[in-house]
Design a protein. Structure first.
Length: 370
């Protein structure tokens, strides 16, 4: 039973014992039987009998507290794996009957209204906690998600419950729920104050969060922003999400395809450069590139070292990476920045700094302005 409710119950039962002499004999006998019964199932049975026989007992408040004690004891046992069926029913009764059990007219003498309201929150929290534990033990993660969320609705700063909820969402193995799972795990390590987890518990949760985030997102980039969001809300805001590594990859591929369609000559160059700078680049060049005509290339003139040579930037304007060696001398100086389209025959290449040397014919180059 929640500590606050336990104290209230103990005080009320003592008060009821003093007053038992003022009850009818049957009323008093049933009170003694209910308060003295240690088995919560039997206690509730006696309480039901007492209620049926004496619905208007002068000590309905004390009987009400004994009901709470019985339900609470069964829920606690179920959370420990004992009497799960009875405990689950009791936990549901605790939630369904909470407003009736904690009605203003049921406040025992000497108990402050504020304490009574806090006891109700503890009582309902215990019930949801029992149902969540039962669900987790049975691997019914959807029910666990519902019950743990209900606990957080009652106490937004319960970091331990945020962790349990995040872990339950991960256990569901539903990719759609991973952003919410990551959010709750992040909240578990960012909550400050009375509801925060201790330093010794925080480190393993941090490690778990980073592993889940990295697996889902592909890297730890953006995790700090997730933690900031989790500090400001107890559940993910509407529309809030995290991109999965799959979505990121698909977006990148789509962007690359779009770029390749709009700039085919750059796409060809990037593909060639990637192959040549790979570990087996030299073998690939010798077998498949050297001496082969490559059409539809485009680059901007960086420098003109001599009358038969131009150095071009093929992709990045700040990086010269192709040299054109012409079959005959050029007329005059070609201005830097002049864009040329050409068909070239690779003669050699250097990996670092990257440079491909092409043999070209002036007739197969456009943009020279001759």
């Amino acid at each position: 039973m929640p500590m606050r409710l336990s104290r209230l119950t103990a005080g009320a039962v003592v008060f009821c014992a003093f007053a038992a002499a003022q009850q009818t004999a049957g009323d008093a006998d049933l009170f003694r039987a209910a308060s003295g019964e240690s088995d919560p199932v039997k206690k509730l049975a006696v309480l039901d009998q007492w209620t049926a026989k004496y619905p208007d007992s002068a000590y309905r408040q004390q009987r009400n507290l004994l009901y709470m004690a019985g339900y609470s004891a069964l829920a606690l046992e179920a959370a420990k794996g004992k009497g799960v069926g009875a405990g689950e029913s009791a936990a549901h009764a605790m939630i369904d009957k909470a407003d009736t059990l904690f009605a203003p007219e049921m406040i025992p003498a000497g108990v402050q209204e504020s304490a009574w309201k806090l006891a109700q929150v503890e009582f309902v929290t215990q019930a949801h906690g029992a149902l969540a534990t039962i669900a987790l033990n049975g691997k019914d993660y959807a029910v666990a998600e519902r019950e743990l969320t209900a606990i957080l609705e009652l106490n937004h700063s319960d970091a331990a419950t945020s962790y349990r909820l995040g872990a339950a969402l991960v256990a569901e193995r539903d990719p759609v729920k991973y952003p919410a799972a990551i959010f709750h795990l992040a909240r578990a390590v960012t909550v400050k104050g009375p509801g925060a987890v201790g330093d010794s518990a925080k480190k393993p949760i941090e490690d778990y969060l980073e592993n889940i985030y990295r697996d889902y997102h592909g890297s730890l980039i953006g995790l700090d922003e997730v933690k900031m969001a989790a500090m400001e809300a107890w559940i993910p805001p509407p529309g809030w999400t995290i991109q999965s590594v799959t979505a990121i990859t698909q977006a990148q591929l789509a962007a690359e395809d779009k770029f390749a369609a709009e700039h085919p000559e750059v796409a060809v160059w990037r593909t060639l450069k990637a192959r040549l700078t790979a570990v087996d680049g030299e073998d690939y060049f010798a077998a498949d590139v050297k001496g082969a005509q490559i059409p539809h290339l485009k680059g901007a003139v960086a420098t003109q070292p001599d009358a038969k040579t131009l150095v071009l930037a093929m992709d990045d304007p700040a990086m010269a990476d192709a040299t054109l060696r012409f079959d005959s001398a050029l007329k005059g100086q070609t201005a830097a920045g002049t864009v040329l389209e050409f068909t070239g025959v690779p003669l050699s290449f250097v990996k670092a700094p990257f440079m491909v040397i092409f043999g070209v014919e002036k007739s197969k180059v456009t943009g020279l302005g001759r």
